[in-house]
Design a binder for this molecule. Structure first.
Ligand code: FDA
Ligand code: NAD
Length: 426
């Protein structure tokens, strides 16, 4: 028993949705393409889950945020897939893949064959158990990767009105969830091992700007330690979090955001892996020419920095997906992928954007006691990265353009003096 497709997208997240739209733009025929996903809904804009989805008033709900609304493109509803003859095989986990035979085996025992496979399996949230702490299955412990997780966060949040939440992890999930919890009038304590929040990207000065605001909203930071265990009541609910520094925090709910692991396991031993992901070339093609990889799971060459990177952000998921489809459908017209890394976040009324690489010496600019703050990163005499909070569309465009040009910087003090003006005049 089995079905055959020309193109199969494995995974039904952000990258899958953008790939599907691009396939239709490039002229895929009805019946040629399918998406297999273990989620029960068609691709959606995952960033909504930690933002609009958690709002106390008028929260975002599907179908409003199906891809590709996040890039101001068409919203792909189940009807859209049907009209375009794209098969959605949802609620279906793929349990093995044979890239030599070009087949996938689903958990219900169906074999699906392909001519071209696009791997868009994304990543899974790391569990506390992987760090030696048990209790993740308690009913008031939440992770946040998919819609089911987001529904759980909403339910748990509603059942602990005015209660205490402990947020484990000071990265993107931690910061965005803490802001959403506060907006829902829940008291938040954040716990993370680093000396400041968002340690992968922020400088101490940038972190301190945001932490100050979180503090003013009542958020407490417990830094430089991790949790060691939970106190669990007889009905299996967490009541407190024990930290390695010996202290204890009361908890009516716990949100965990301690990083991700790319979903590569189906391909280990079959495809070349790098940086924890599946290695691809500038056409998003893996070590097997019939297999492409995109999104969080792909380690791709970032031409601008002459390095292979695996990025965990929505813009790269969208663009790697589009590029893979272009390389498949119009190989002669498609150049090597040339990507400027772009990350962003929105919390409370803040909104920041980052472009490029956060390597080298940092030059801060703007008003760190006001609303517009920024930074440049200068490495080997060139501007390689830029950050701006509260910018206008034109300012962000200028920042992106400048960062891509990697201008030579002879005088750091002069760059600091010019601040945002430097990007606006390049
Ligand atoms: P994605 O995780 O979206 O999709 C993977 C798909 O594969 C899922 O549908 C999964 O179920 C499926 N799958 C995996 N294994 C399978 C198997 N064996 N069989 C069947 N299906 C399988 N980024 C950003 O730049 N700005 C932001 O504000 C945010 N905000 C944000 C919030 C939250 C809550 C999360 C979790 C993430 C973000 N991100 C973000 C990151 C961004 O969402 C992420 O980079 C993209 O979703 C990656 O897209 P992919 O399609 O690669 O994976
Ligand atoms: P992350 O990598 O951003 O942060 C992980 C955090 O976990 C670290 O900052 C650290 O503080 C903490 N940590 C690590 N080990 C720990 C331990 N043992 N105990 C306690 N804390 C520990 O990952 P995340 O916040 O979990 O986000 C998951 C994924 O979702 C990432 O890929 C991220 O890029 C993506 N995401 C992106 C955005 C955005 O771009 N705006 C928003 C949400 C999620």
């Amino acid at each position: 028993m089995g079905r055959a497709f020309v193109y199969v997208i494995l995974g039904g997240g952000v990258a899958a949705g953008y790939a599907a739209l691009e396939f239709t733009k490039k002229g895929v025929s009805p019946g040629e393409l399918c998406i297999i996903s273990d989620e029960t809904v068609p691709p959606y804009e995952r960033p909504a889950l930690s933002k609009g989805y958690l709002l106390p008033e008028a929260p975002a709900r599907l179908p409003s945020f199906h891809t590709c609304v996040g890039a101001n493109e068409e919203r792909l509803t189940p009807k859209w897939y049907k009209e375009h003859g794209i098969e959605l095989i949802l609620g279906t986990r793929v349990k093995s893949v044979d890239v030599r035979r070009k087949t996938l085996l689903t958990a219900v025992g169906e074999t699906i064959s392909y001519k071209i496979l696009i791997i868009a399996t994304g990543a899974r949230a790391l569990k506390l158990e992987e760090f030696g702490v048990s209790g993740s299955d308690a009913e008031n412990v939440c992770y946040l990767r998919d819609l089911a997780d987001a529904n759980r966060v909403v339910d748990v949040m509603q059942s602990c009105a005015s209660g205490n939440a402990v947020v484990i992890g000071g990265g993107y999930i931690g910061m965005e969830c803490a802001a959403s919890l506060v907006t829902n009038r829940i008291n938040v304590t954040m716990v993370f091992p680093e000396v400041h929040c968002m340690a992968r990207l922020f400088t101490p000065k940038i972190a301190s700007y945001y932490e100050g605001y979180y503090n003013s909203k009542g958020v407490r930071f417990v830094k430089g330690t991790v949790l060691s265990s939970f106190e669990i009541d007889p009905i299996g609910k967490i009541t407190a979090v024990n930290l390695r520094d010996g202290s204890q925090l009361p908890a009516d709910m716990v949100v965990v955001g301690i990083g991700i692991r790319p979903n590569t396991s189906l391909f280990e031993g079959q495809l070349t892996l790098e940086k924890g992901g599946i290695k691809v070339n500038g056409r998003m093609q893996t070590s097997n020419t019939s297999v492409y990889a995109v999104g969080d799971v792909a380690a791709f060459p970032v031409k601008l920095f002459g390095e292979t990177r695996r990025l965990e952000h929505v813009d790269s998921a969208r663009k790697t997906a589009k590029h893979a489809v272009a390389a498949i459908m119009e190989p002669e017209k498609t150049d090597e992928f040339d990507y400027l890394p772009f990350f962003y976040s929105r919390v409370f009324t803040f909104s920041w954007q980052f472009y490029g690489d956060n390597a080298g010496e940092v030059v801060h600019f703007g008003d760190y006691s006001g609303n517009t703050i920024g930074a440049y990163w200068v490495s080997k005499g060139h501007l390689v990265g830029s950050f701006l909070e509260g910018g206008t569309k034109e300012e962000y465009e200028a920042l992106a353009k400048t960062t891509r040009l990697k201008p030579a910087i002879d005088d750091i003090t002069e760059l600091e003096r010019q601040g945002l003006g430097f990007a606006l005049t390049v």
